[in-house]
Design a protein around this ligand. Structure first.
Ligand SMILES: [Zn+2]
Length: 474
């Protein structure tokens, strides 16, 4: 057997032994150079060293999250018995209408404390699906809107949403109890707490959001995402552009030892080759704002084979992601409360972890705060320069006196996260001297004078069709 055949993953056995020796006794400079020097430096003459602006001041403090109010709201929702969308909208004591009333009452309290800026809207509509027996059913969504301060950016809306409908084992049964403490009382409590945190911060002069923020509690999720599809139509009809949509669904429990853990953040690939969908860019932005210690990104549109309210936005090509707790307990979701073989089924408040849920509220609120403080993302980002030594980026941005400039980002094609490569003070374009177009992905984002970053806009590839053989003569 010759030496090559003994090799492991393309490395010869003797070099593995050598590497182990090096690990034990310290790297010999000659080998270190050889490992470092395997690829040519790019660019050849040193990278730019841009000064990165600090993130916006006035970050929300964990201590400002009101876990008690979240617990109170979830208690009221559970107290409605069931919140199945097919249950009563008019009975004040039992049914989905009782849930709506609890949310509206809490949001109005928060609005009163916000100096009148937060506006509460109940949006009534009809919708049909297999899970309404094919008949049009009345539905209602509840929104609290914090209007943006910037004339142009106020038409961009950032959304946080939970669904207030719940379900027992049989999704068509309006009689059975369906407490829905976690699914999705928790997401509603997070959305409502974000409304309190952000409207309070603004009322106390700690940041004026340039874009509009919508805090939603929708119905009809369990009947086929009906409330979320309608919310998407509603924001379009109101003339908004969706800057980002955060769906919080099952964010209340964290039963594994060592809690609190990181919340999972799901984002779909999109339908392009390099997995840089707007949803993926939103997930990266949230992780960058809240930190890797808080967010576990999952590069998948949702949990395996399952769906949620971010989906209609994602499929429309908009930035939309889903927050979900680290490890779900399926005995506590979509189950009519009962005990069978000594196993207790049901989605009860006693399984919730308000420390974890408070963390999730903070993660959402801080992400919304920074995104709503940011300039609009650039548009029309392009990468040219194929078959030349330099990568050339171009992009377009509207006039914005609050915009400090643009960060040029790159990443290895196999890396999940962007890095800042350079900074450009104005829109138009830049040439990355000595950087090949081939080995990285490239992107641009806007940076405000306040340090807030827009979501990243990846550059589109220059389409260079390969010369194909001429069609054979018939
Ligand atoms: Zn749910």
């Amino acid at each position: 057997m010759n030496k090559r055949q003994v090799g492991y993953c393309g490395r010869s056995f003797s070099s593995i032994v050598f590497a182990v020796v090096i690990l034990l006794f310290g790297a010999a400079p000659a080998l270190a150079q050889r490992v470092e020097g395997r690829d040519p430096a790019e660019p050849a003459l040193g990278k730019p060293q841009p000064n990165l602006m600090a993130r916006p001041a006035g970050g929300l403090a964990r201590a400002s999250v009101d876990e008690n109010s979240m617990r109170t709201l979830i208690g009221k929702l559970v107290g409605c018995g069931t919140r199945l969308t097919l249950s009563s909208w008019t009975d004040a004591k039992r049914g989905v209408g009782c849930g709506r009333d609890a949310i509206v009452a809490r949001l109005k309290e928060i609005a009163n404390g916000s100096g009148g800026k937060l506006q509460v809207v109940v949006d009534k509509f009809e919708s049909t699906s297999e899970r309404t027996s094919g008949k049009p059913m009345p539905l209602e969504n509840v929104y609290a809107i914090l209007p943006g301060s910037d004339a142009k950016l106020a038409k961009t809306i950032f959304i946080v949403s939970g669904h207030f409908d719940s379900r027992p084992s049989n999704v068509m049964d309006p009689q059975a109890d369906a407490p829905g403490a976690d699914d999705d009382g928790s997401g509603v409590a997070v959305s409502v707490e974000c409304a309190r945190l952000l409207s309070n911060a603004e009322a106390r002069g700690r940041g004026t959001y340039r874009a509009t923020i919508l805090f939603a509690a929708v119905s009809g999720e369990e009947q086929g995402l009906l409330g979320s599809y309608h919310l998407l139509d509603w924001v379009k009809q109101q003339g908004y552009t969706v800057g980002g949509m955060l769906d919080d669904d099952i964010v209340g429990a964290d039963p594994a030892a060592g809690a609190p853990h990181r919340v999972r953040l799901f984002s779909g690939n999109g339908e392009i080759d390099d997995a840089d969908s707007p949803s993926r860019e939103l997930a990266r932005a949230v992780e960058e704002i809240d930190g890797r210690g808080a967010i576990r990104m999952v590069f998948r549109v949702d949990r395996y084979g399952r769906g949620g309210d971010h989906y209609p936005f994602y499929k429309a090509g908009l930035p939309a992601v889903r927050f979900t707790e680290p490890l779900e307990d399926y005995n506590h979701q979509h189950q009519t409360p009962r005990t069978e073989n000594e196993i207790e089924y049901g989605d009860f408040e006693k399984y919730l972890n308000f420390t974890f849920m408070g963390d999730v509220a903070l993660d959402n609120a801080e992400a919304l705060r920074q995104l709503a403080l940011a300039p609009a993302p650039p548009s029309n980002a392009k990468l040219t320069g194929a078959v030349t030594p330099d990568a050339k980026l171009s992009w377009v941005a509207g006039d914005d006196p609050e915009c400090a400039g643009f960060e040029i980002l790159w990443r290895e094609t196999s890396e999940p996260r962007w890095q800042v490569y350079d900074f450009a003070a104005s829109a138009g374009g830049t040439v990355l001297k000595g950087v090949s177009t081939d080995n990285h992905f490239f992107a641009v984002r806007s940076v405000g004078k306040n340090g807030a970053r827009s979501i990243v806009v990846p550059t589109e590839m220059e389409r260079r069709p390969p010369p194909l053989p001429s069609a054979p003569k018939q």
